[in-house]
Design a binder for this molecule. Structure first.
Ligand SMILES: Nc1nc2c(ncn2[C@@H]2O[C@H](COP(=O)(O)OP(=O)(O)OP(=O)(O)O)[C@@H](O)[C@H]2O)c(=O)[nH]1
Ligand SMILES: [Mg+2]
Length: 222
């Protein structure tokens, strides 16, 4: 597992005081649908089309700082290997996720059916946040002539699972920034998730914990 900070932010800027909310986002879907490419396309500032990348091994994560509606967000985005659908993703991976991105490849129909038959079920089983925002992404729309899943089918699946819906291209970067921005906006709209991700609330909890520990140790010595 490796961590990386990109998007023009220096490591020193990732401090507990430099953002208002911290959100955990997961990216899931079959192998080769373009999960890592979408992530790379989102965090890199370059305008060049994205090149080929290698399959992910295990779980990787990336961080991105984002300013949305005057709020500073730290997104920690967890990227899995698609082959993990063969049973090794654990509930701890899903625990506390504020947002989940379910990705399929619009040119490979089986990646779409696997989303509804395997991945969405796993989310229902393991996701501990009832308010967790889900987003369905049909990737590789730059290969429209090879399309095997229609926009309408994508929309219907998203509706059935209460997801937002986007069609993107990690290669041309079409819709990628919008997809992550709207996901963040939707999370910010949910008071329950907001509280969990809030730095202020976390500090308050820590302060209360320290106070109660201090009281306990004062009592113990008197
Ligand atoms: N044409 C096109 N190719 C894409 C796009 N996104 C990804 N690819 C290509 O699809 C292949 C798989 O992309 P990855 O990002 O590695 O897919 P992944 O879902 O992370 O795969 P795993 O890590 O094995 O789960 C690579 O060759 C990418 O270059 C896209 O939007 N358009
Ligand atoms: Mg990958």
């Amino acid at each position: 597992m490796s961590g990386e900070i990109k998007g023009g932010w220096k490591r020193s800027q990732i401090s507990p005081t430099s953002y208002d909310y911290s959100f955990k986002i997961l990216v899931i879907g079959d192998s080769g649908v373009g999960k890592s490419s979408l992530l790379l396309s989102f965090i890199s500032s370059s305008d060049h089309p994205l090149q080929h990348i290698s399959p992910t091994i295990g779980v990787d994560f990336k961080m991105k700082m984002l300013a949305v509606e005057g709020k500073r967000l730290k997104l920690t985005i967890w990227d899995t290997a698609g082959q993990e659908r063969f049973g090794t993703l654990t509930s701890s991976y899903y625990r506390g996720a504020h947002g989940i991105i379910l990705v399929y490849d619009v040119t490979r129909r089986e990646t779409f059916t696997n989303l509804s038959e395997i991945w969405a079920r796993e989310v229902d089983l393991y996701s501990t946040n009832p308010d967790c925002v889900k987003i369905l992404v049909g990737n590789k729309v730059d290969r429209d002539v090879e399309r095997a899943v229609t926009v309408e089918e994508g929309m219907a699946l998203a509706k059935a699972h209460g997801c937002l819906f986007y069609e993107c291209s990690a290669r041309t970067r079409a819709n990628v920034q919008q997809c992550f921005k709207d996901l963040s906006l939707k999370i910010l709209d949910k008071p329950g998730l907001l509280e969990q991700g809030s730095v202020v609330v976390k500090r308050q909890i820590l302060k209360e914990k320290q106070l109660s520990e201090k009281k306990r140790s004062d009592n113990c010595c008197s």
